[in-house]
Design a protein around this ligand. Structure first.
Ligand code: SAH
Ligand code: DHB
Ligand code: MG
Length: 218
């Protein structure tokens, strides 16, 4: 089915997303500089853009920048005086992302924090409260990142977590894959958390079978 999922994503992109030279250039730059092609898909990027706009987001937090592809979609949703903080472990990824944000014309709204996201988050207060949080980094840390998003959020803050289904891997209760263990810990913390209303939506498409958590702070 994978080919057909890709073909439908191509159809959606052709009808609804238009030609986006800035984003195509960035994906080519990422590939040229050796970054892995694990950005969100174009359709998912536009969904993030729409959700951030629906939330009226003025301050956005992203955890996991890579080359800044999802960052650019989110930054485009911000008003002129909006701000986005994106956290990235790898200095090399952050450098490529900075170039990409400049070429897309959104760098004035974005600050990249380099280093382990947990450290950057622990040091953060001035930038909060965030209206919208997109979590897409090391899956082991997902429940910690959601706890930090809650600390740095406010009633109504939207929280999205990418890659929570992984071809059904989330069902493997005895997995020795830290990413699966982390994702299951995320579902456990969500199921018990009185600060959040949450769901998870499975997806198929250019990125295979996966899914995301969508949550809103009470
Ligand atoms: N959101 C991006 C894709 C992110 S890929 C997009 O859709 O375009 C995941 C990124 O998280 C990688 O760049 C990886 O280096 C980064 N990462 C991994 N562990 C991290 C950590 N502990 N802190 C911050 N970033 C981390
Ligand atoms: C992969 C995909 C992602 O969206 C991500 O954030 C990390 C890894 C992957 O396909 O391996
Ligand atoms: Mg992801």
């Amino acid at each position: 089915m994978g080919e057909r999922w890709q073909a439908v994503d191509d159809y959606i992109a052709a009808r609804l997303l238009g030609d986006d030279d800035a984003l195509a250039t960035i994906l080519a730059n990422n590939a040229g500089q050796g970054l892995p092609p694990i950005d969100v898909s174009a359709a998912q990027g536009k969904m993030l853009f729409l959700l951030a706009q629906m939330a009226g987001a003025r301050r956005i937090l992203e955890i996991g920048t890579l080359g800044g592809y999802s960052t650019i979609w989110l930054a485009r949703a911000l008003p002129d005086d909006g701000a986005l903080v994106t956290l990235e472990l790898e200095a090399y990824h952050a450098r490529v992302a900075q170039e990409n944000l400049e070429s897309a014309g959104v760098s004035a709204k974005v600050d990249i924090g380099t280093g382990p996201a947990a450290d950057s988050l622990a040091a953060m207060t001035d930038e909060a409260p965030f209206d919208f949080v997109f979590i897409d980094a090391d899956k082991q840390s997902n429940s910690h990142y959601v706890a930090e998003a809650i600390r740095l959020g406010r009633p109504g803050t939207t929280i999205i977590v990418d890659n929570v289904v992984r071809e059904g891997g989330v069902l493997e209760a005895n997995s020795d894959d830290d990413r699966i263990v982390g994702t299951r810990a995320l579902f456990d913390m969500l199921s018990a958390n009185p600060r959040l209303d949450a769901t998870a939506i499975q997806t198929v498409g250019a990125k295979g079978w996966d899914g995301f958590v969508l949550a809103r702070m009470r």
